[in-house]
Design a protein around this ligand. Structure first.
Ligand code: NAP
Length: 484
């Protein structure tokens, strides 16, 4: 791992503007090689409490800054992140395994939220509501929620943090972040750049340690007024329960089971490209990855042939060694889970078109896989695969595919390819998902609201709506006004 600026390689937690160690540490591995690349502190409950206290005392002066002052600091941070994009990408590839092109893209994507909310900070407007009495005025203002806790996953080590910190800081909140123990280096490097940007001590804190212990402290604290979590639905539900005692505001970005529907009238070449982008990005480890590919009868054979031929050409390798299409999976558990989905599908009469086994590179590399003739009995119909496996289901009627697409407890992202205008509106409106992409395989952007319905979560990140997650409304009644 060669960095232009070695100061970005931190192995310490960040509390109240200080870099903090612990007697116990945990190794961080490069999933492409299995080698240990860092050791991070295992903080205990008392250090987490110190971080919460630091965020509480920093909150008073941070919220008192004008929106323009907060905006200037966020913008400085944004510039520093882009100035160090290459180093941040190298760190990310080393700890997460995704290809450098994808890591660079993620750093840019994460930064775009910081730039966006540097602007939105100035737009936390209120209202003046016509009152029932002439002697009264009704004023509504929006105030920062207070201290925020953020718990983030390993699949987007930079962007999942940026998507939370940027709106929180813009709104005037301070934050304590617990990144995944698998990918903490990107988080520490972001904190280093925040410090260089002049973001005051205590405004951003990063803690690492046992997830349950840290999570219990963050959710149990009455100082923390909001939890923003991205991760699995199971852990999201648990944390939501833990937040109930102190009635915290919660935002949850959870798992998905994205349908990707290709209708007979679709442009097949475009649909193949879209399906590849949606499925195999980050080795299939994104919450919005296509999970079930539904293809209509009339084009089924042509589509699966073109799709599997294109997938068979995808290259694999360690992201720090060259340019490939796909890297390793994150760990042994992810590899075993992927194998299990494929074995289950094959046992239930799935037809293997390409892939279907661990890659000859060994370690955590798994071949990009396409399985035709998938059925509703397979595990992949209901559960999130989170690996490079595309099961293809055949359908005949539009109504049937809508029912199958919605037949899940999840509701994050859905995709479909069609050209008939009436169908486009019909299907987009019928899909029970927080996000729907039509004739596109990638939909994330800072300008649009990202989030799910059903068990995929609560709340939205990005866009003008994302700021509301970190604001509370206050109604002020002004009486005794002597005006005609
Ligand atoms: P995860 O196991 O739920 O972990 C997410 C975070 O929660 C990590 O920081 C983890 O810590 C922590 N955690 C785990 N158990 C905890 C507990 N009992 N108390 C407090 N914190 C706890 O999920 P993951 O495997 O990292 O991420 C994959 C999941 O995230 C997938 O389901 C994916 O769909 C979802 N995801 C959703 C979105 C979205 O925007 N909707 C975006 C990305 C990912 P450690 O890692 O340190 O154990």
């Amino acid at each position: 791992m060669k960095l232009h600026d070695s100061g970005l390689f931190k192995q310490l937690a960040y509390i109240n503007g200080e870099w903090v160690s612990a007697s116990e540490t945990l190794p961080v591995h490069n999933p492409a090689t299995g080698k240990v690349i860092a050791h991070i502190p295992m903080l205990g409950a008392s250090e987490v409490r110190t971080a919460i206290k630091a965020a509480e005392s920093a909150f008073k002066s941070w919220r008192a800054k004008t929106a323009a002052e907060r905006s200037t600091l966020l913008r400085k941070w944004y510039r520093l992140i882009l100035d160090n994009q290459e180093d941040l990408a190298v760190l990310m590839t080393a700890e997460q395994g995704k290809q450098l092109t994808e890591s660079r893209g993620e750093v840019g994507y994460g930064a775009s939220f910081i730039e966006w909310y540097a602007e939105e900070a100035k737009r936390a407007y209120g209202d003046l509501i016509p009152a029932a009495k002439s002697s009264q005025r009704i004023m509504v203002t929006r105030e920062p929620v207070g201290v925020v806790a953020a718990i983030t996953p390993w699949n987007f080590p930079n962007a999942m943090i940026a998507r939370k910190v940027a709106p929180a800081l813009a709104a005037g909140c301070t934050i304590v972040i617990k990144p995944s123990e698998l990918t903490p280096l990107s988080a520490f490097a972001m904190a280093e750049l925040a410090q260089r940007a002049g973001i005051p001590a205590g405004v951003i804190n990063i803690v690492t340690g046992d997830a349950r212990e840290v999570g219990a402290e963050l959710t149990g604290s009455s100082i923390v007024r909001k939890l923003s979590f991205t991760g699995s639905t199971a852990v999201g539900k648990l944390l939501m329960k833990q937040c109930a005692d102190s009635v915290k505001k919660v935002s949850l970005e959870l798992g998905g089971n994205a349908p990707f529907i290709v209708f007979d009238d679709a442009d097949i070449e475009q649909a193949v490209q879209g399906a590849i982008a949606s499925k195999y990005r980050n080795s299939g480890q994104t919450c919005i990855c296509m999970n079930r590919l539904f293809v209509q009868d009339g084009i089924y054979d042509e589509f699966i042939q073109k799709f599997s031929e294109a997938v068979a050409k995808l290259t694999l390798g360690p992201g720090l060694d060259g340019e490939f299409n796909q890297g390793p999976l994150i760990n042994e558990a992810a590899l075993n889970k992927t194998k299990d989905f494929v074995e289950d599908a094959l046992a239930k009469k799935g037809r293997l078109l390409t892939g279907g086994r661990a890659h000859s590179l060994g370690g955590l590399f798994y071949e990009p896989t396409v399985l035709a003739d998938a059925s509703m009995e397979m595990k992949c119909y209901q559960d999130e695969i989170f690996g490079p496996v595309a099961p293809v289901f055949r359908f005949h009627y539009e109504e049937d595919v809508i029912n199958m697409a919605n037949d899940t407890r999840y509701g994050l992202a859905a995709y479909f390819y069609a050209n008939d205008l009436s169908r486009v509106f019909r299907v987009a409106e019928a899909l029970e998902y927080g996000m729907v992409a039509v004739n596109e395989g990638v939909l994330s952007t800072e300008v649009a609201p990202f989030g799910g319905v059903k068990e995929s979560g609560i709340g939205r990140e990005g866009s003008k709506y994302g700021l509301d997650e970190y604001l509370e409304m206050k109604y002020v009644l002004l009486g005794g006004i002597n005006a005609p």
